[in-house]
Design a protein around this ligand. Structure first.
Ligand code: E4P
Length: 228
């Protein structure tokens, strides 16, 4: 399973890459806003960071950047996507799974611009991304589970559908809006390719009270071991 960091903040990206070895980044308008930078500055800074790490190439370290959510037709989405795709070969263009978003993603993939169909909340929506040949599809978890829905079956269904038709691995499933270690595990058990989560979630997933307790036990033992 790959771990993507859900953030546009360079310090978080750098920390997560060095600490948890993240495999990529996803952003959305909210994360760009939280970066405190204008959109193009934020994405160019991430593109430069990728270059500085010598991670050039979308297969090495994909960075999803989302088009202006106000765009309401495929032509305008394609125009904006073409502009931003030129900034970095690592960029996958995130497009909401609306009717015109699906059309735009299909057209862009035909031009060789990789896409990430996002704001997906049902298996039927995920099918469009696969039929488009999109590099990624982003079914959301947290927003549904925050409203009491259990997402295990929904992700499992997407994996099953993708395996049934040879899409699995070609359109990579990024489980998005991950809020807890449990959701990471649920997505991993279901066979999703990737999760994308904020830094706090990865910190929480890496931590366990018994690990801390065990370390204390071993430190005490070390300190009380007969010295040469
Ligand atoms: C990632 O591609 C999604 O935009 C993101 O995970 C949405 O979740 P959020 O509510 O944490 O931003």
């Amino acid at each position: 399973m790959k771990f993507f960091l859900d953030s546009a903040k360079l310090d978080e990206i750098d920390y997560a890459y060095r600490t948890f070895g993240i495999d990529g980044v996803t952003t959305n308008p909210k994360h760009i806003m939280l970066s405190g930078k204008p959109f193009e500055v934020a994405i160019r800074d991430i593109a430069q960071w990728v270059k500085d790490q010598k991670l050039d190439g979308i297969d090495k370290f994909p960075v999803s950047i989302e088009v202006n959510p106000h765009l309401d037709n495929a032509d305008d989405i394609c125009k904006e996507a073409e502009k931003y795709a030129q900034i970095s070969e690592n960029f996958a263009i995130k497009i909401p799974a609306t009717e015109f978003g699906v059309e735009a993603a299909r057209r862009l993939e035909k031009e060789g611009i990789r896409t990430n169909l996002t704001l997906v909340f049902a298996p039927a929506q995920a099918l469009f991304a696969a039929k488009n040949g999109s590099l990624f599809v982003s079914p959301f978890i947290g927003w549904k589970e925050d409203n009491g829905e259990d997402c295990k079956q929904y992700i499992q269904d997407i994996v099953t559908i993708y395996k049934n038709y040879g899409f699995y691995g070609k359109t990579q499933i990024i489980c998005a809006a991950i809020r807890s270690p449990k959701q990471i595990v649920d997505c991993a058990v279901a066979g999703a390719d990737i999760v994308t989560a904020g830094l706090a979630v990865y910190k929480s997933a890496q931590h366990h009270a018994y690990t801390t307790q065990g370390l204390e036990t071993f430190c005490n033992a070390w300190d009380n071991t007969k010295k040469a």
